[in-house]
Design a protein. Structure first.
Length: 322
C-alpha cells in the first residue's frame, strides 16, 4: 500500500500544497482573523532564524507580541533577531540559543525559562531532515531527537507555565508527508532496514500528530493544534530535498504563505473555537489519514508512544544540570 499512499499524497500535494493551492484557499480567508493586537502576550518559536519560523516570529512581532526566538546557530539567530526588530519596530524580541536535538540542553533551557518568563503560546517549528542515519552525542538518531523527542520534552516541560495563562496554545508544525506513514513504535530510531531520511521525517511528523492528539486529551485548558504549511521555499527544503526543490521551485509557497496558518492558529480568536487536537492546512482542519491508506493505529500504540517518550525524556532530565 505504500506506493498507493505516496501516489495519492503527491497528487494531493500538487493540487493543494503548492503556491496555487494557497492562493485558492486564501480567497476564503477572513483577513480580520489575524488583524489583532497581541501586546502583552508571550510567544516562543523554535527554529526561528529562517524559513517558516522566522516568518511566523516576524508576523507575531508586527502584532505587538513578545517573541522568544529559540535557535541553534547564534550568528544566524542574531541576524534574524535584528531583522525582525528593524522591520517591525518591536523591541520585545528575545533570543535563546538551544539545540533541540540535545535533550539535556532542552531540559536545562525549559527549566530556566519557566523560572524567568511567562508563556501564552508555544510554537514547535524546529525540525530537521537528515538523509543519512546520524547519531547525536547522546546516541540518538538525529531526526527523531529533533522532531519528536525535542518537541516532546520542550512541550511537556513548558506545560506548567502554559497552564497558568488564559487562552494558552501549543502549535506544532508538521507536514503533509505524515499522511504516507502509519505510526511505528517498534523502530523509533530507524535502526532496522534501509534508512530513508524522507520517510523517517514523515514518520516523525506522524508522531507529532499523535502527540498533539494525546496532549489535547490530557490538558483540556490548553488549545493544541498541529499543521501542514504546504510545500514552501525554505532553506531546509533547499538543503534537505534538492531534487524536489529543483522540480518544484517555481510553484513552491513563500515562507510567509507557509507560516500563515501558524500565525492564524497562534493569534486568532477563530482558531480556538475549533476543538483542540486537530490537524490544519490553510486555516481549516483536515483529515489525518488518506482514504484507504491503512495508516490508522490502535489506541494502545499511541499510548505506548507517549510512555516511551516520557521514559526517554526523564532519562535525560536526571542527568541535566539544575
Amino acid at each position: 500500500m505504500s506506493w498507493y499512499r505516496n501516489a495519492v499524497w503527491f497528487v494531493k500535494g500538487l493540487r493543494e500544497y503548492t503556491r496555487g493551492g494557497y492562493e485558492s484557499a486564501s480567497k476564503h480567508f477572513n483577513p480580520a482573523d489575524v488583524e489583532v493586537d497581541v501586546a502583552g502576550r508571550s510567544f516562543l518559536v523554535t527554529g526561528a532564524n529562517s524559513g517558516i519560523g522566522k516568518a511566523t516570529a516576524k508576523e507575531i512581532a508586527k502584532r505587538g507580541g513578545t517573541v522568544h526566538l529559540v535557535c541553534r546557530n547564534k550568528e544566524r539567530a542574531e541576524v534574524a533577531k535584528e531583522e525582525i526588530v528593524t522591520e517591525t519596530g518591536n523591541q520585545n524580541i528575545f533570543l535563546h540559543i538551544v539545540d533541540i536535538s540535545n535533550p539535556k540542553e532542552v531540559w536545562k533551557f525549559a527549566e530556566k525559562f519557566r523560572n524567568e518568563h511567562k508563556l501564552n503560546v508555544l510554537i514547535n517549528n524546529a525540525g530537521c531532515m537528515v538523509n543519512n542515519r546520524e547519531l547525536t552525542e547522546d546516541g540518538l538518531e538525529k531526526n527523531f531527537a529533533t522532531n519528536t523527542l525535542g518537541t516532546y520534552i520542550l512541550t511537556t516541560a513548558l506545560l506548567p507555565l502554559l497552564e497558568k495563562e488564559a487562552d494558552a496554545r501549543v502549535i506544532t508544525v508538521s507536514s503533509g508527508g505524515m499522511l504516507v506513514q502509519k505510526l511505528n513504535i517498534s523502530d523509533l530510531q530507524s535502526e532496522n532496514g534501509t534508512f530513508d531520511g524522507t520517510m523517517v521525517y514523515a514518520q516523525n511528523k506522524r508522531q507529532q500528530v499523535v502527540l498533539t492528539e494525546q496532549w489535547a486529551k490530557a490538558h483540556r485548558n490548553i488549545h493544541f493544534s498541529v499543521m501542514h504549511p504546504g510545500w514552501a521555499d525554505t532553506p531546509a527544503v533547499r538543503s534537505s530535498m534538492p531534487d524536489f526543490y529543483e522540480k518544484m521551485k517555481n510553484s513552491l509557497r513563500t515562507d510567509t504563505q507557509g507560516a500563515d496558518t501558524v500565525v492564524w492558529l497562534a493569534v486568532s480568536a477563530e482558531a480556538t473555537k475549533l476543538p483542540s487536537g486537530l490537524f490544519f492546512q490553510d486555516r481549516q482542519p483536515v483529515a489525518t489519514h488518506l482514504p484507504l491508506a491503512s495508516t490508522h493505529s490502535p489506541p494502545e500504540d499511541e499510548e505506548k508512544l507517549m510512555e516511551v517518550l516520557e521514559e526517554f525524556s526523564q532519562k535525560f532530565r536526571s542527568t541535566s544540570p539544575g
